[in-house]
Ligand binder design. Structure first.
Ligand SMILES: NC(=O)c1ccc[n+]([C@@H]2O[C@H](COP(=O)([O-])OP(=O)(O)OC[C@H]3O[C@@H](n4cnc5c(N)ncnc54)[C@H](OP(=O)(O)O)[C@@H]3O)[C@@H](O)[C@H]2O)c1
Length: 286
């Protein structure tokens, strides 16, 4: 089996490289071969690759920057996934694509399930939602996996930023009123592998949209506290942490206050579940 992974250097793509080993030929392609900002130019190289499965882990993930470059965000997050899905349909192969908690406005009091109505607050969320819609319209077998608060030891993310700032500063203010599940890229990759294995062994659940995050919930402040605890255990310096509301940390793109995603459908349909966010954080830092 040949698995084509778009998004060579990203957190999830890098985790997939290791996690998918042994499943077949895993071919990671970056923007030099597959520039998602030029969606129409993806068709020819996709046809040449003749994959058995396509995974799209590429995205415009700079949430605040997206507010200033909506056309680029929509090209990469909406048009390109639509074209990839059309080509997947043409090749007769499934597509696995990642989406986000930011398709929701965060006003719900409980975790979001897949049937809740999206209502993105910013360009990034709107472009990712348009990508989901384009994939559904293309007619390929697909899994759209919505995840949240992705971190790893690679790239740019909250874990690495906090590790640095907590050691550099005496005091650090972190937002305490946005709730979600920090999700290790390796968790997403391991679950993706489990989904592929079930599909390969004829035990696939229904194709469609699913939520895939770590279990449990915390705030960014709670996540920062957990990162700080691990620094202290290793005898490293750690700033004093102060909780603040989002209103005290204005950003160009508004974030949902409730980012919690209910992942029970994935467990029910595909028998694939994720570890608790805190256990995954400890594993990541090991
Ligand atoms: N990060 C999060 O907190 C988060 C939360 C929820 C959902 N998600 C979703 O999870 C998926 C994976 O995210 P991630 O955290 O792994 O993202 P990431 O680390 O930011 O990686 C994104 C990848 O997309 C690639 N990319 C960007 N523009 C491209 C272009 N024009 N052509 C080709 N490739 C391009 C980047 O390439 P370069 O390395 O060359 O720039 C990078 O490899 C995405 O669908 C994202 O929307 C992420």
């Amino acid at each position: 089996m040949k698995i084509l992974v778009c998004g060579h250097n990203g957190q999830v793509a890098q985790a997939l490289q290791g996690a998918l080993a042994g499943l077949g030929e895993v071919c990671l392609v970056g923007r030099d071969q597959f520039d998602m900002a030029r969606p129409e130019q993806l068709r020819e190289p996709l046809r040449r690759q003749t994959p058995d499965l396509i995974i799209n882990a590429a995205a415009h993930t700079a949430v605040d920057q997206a507010e200033n470059e909506p056309e680029l965000a929509f090209a990469i997050n909406a048009e390109a996934p639509g074209i990839v899905a059309e080509e997947a349909a043409r090749l007769g192969v499934p597509l696995i694509h990642y989406s986000t908690d930011y398709v929701f406005d965060g006003s719900k009091a409980t975790p979001y399930d897949e049937d809740d109505a999206p209502n993105p607050l910013g360009i990034y969320g709107r472009s990712k939602l348009a990508g989901e819609q384009a994939i559904r319209a293309a007619g390929s077998e697909h899994l759209i996996l919505r995840t949240s608060w992705v971190y790893s030891l690679h790239g740019r993310n909250f874990l690495l930023t906090m590790q640095r700032l907590l050691q550099e500063r005496a005091q650090l203010k972190v937002v305490d009123d946005q709730i979600g599940a920090p999700t290790w890229a390796a968790t997403i990759a391991a679950s993706t592998r489990a989904l592929i294995e079930r599909w390969q062994s004829g035990q696939a659940g229904a194709w469609g949209t699913y939520h895939l995050t770590a279990q449990g919930e915390t705030s960014w402040f709670g996540f920062a506290q957990a990162i700080g605890e691990q620094l202290k255990i290793r005898g490293l310096p750690c700033a004093e942490l102060l909780p603040i509301p989002s209103s005290e940390y204005p950003t160009p793109a508004k974030r949902p206050l409730n980012s919690r995603l209910d992942c029970s459908r994935l467990a029910r349909e595909w028998q694939v579940s994720q570890p608790h966010w805190h256990d995954a954080l400890i594993d990541c830092l090991k």
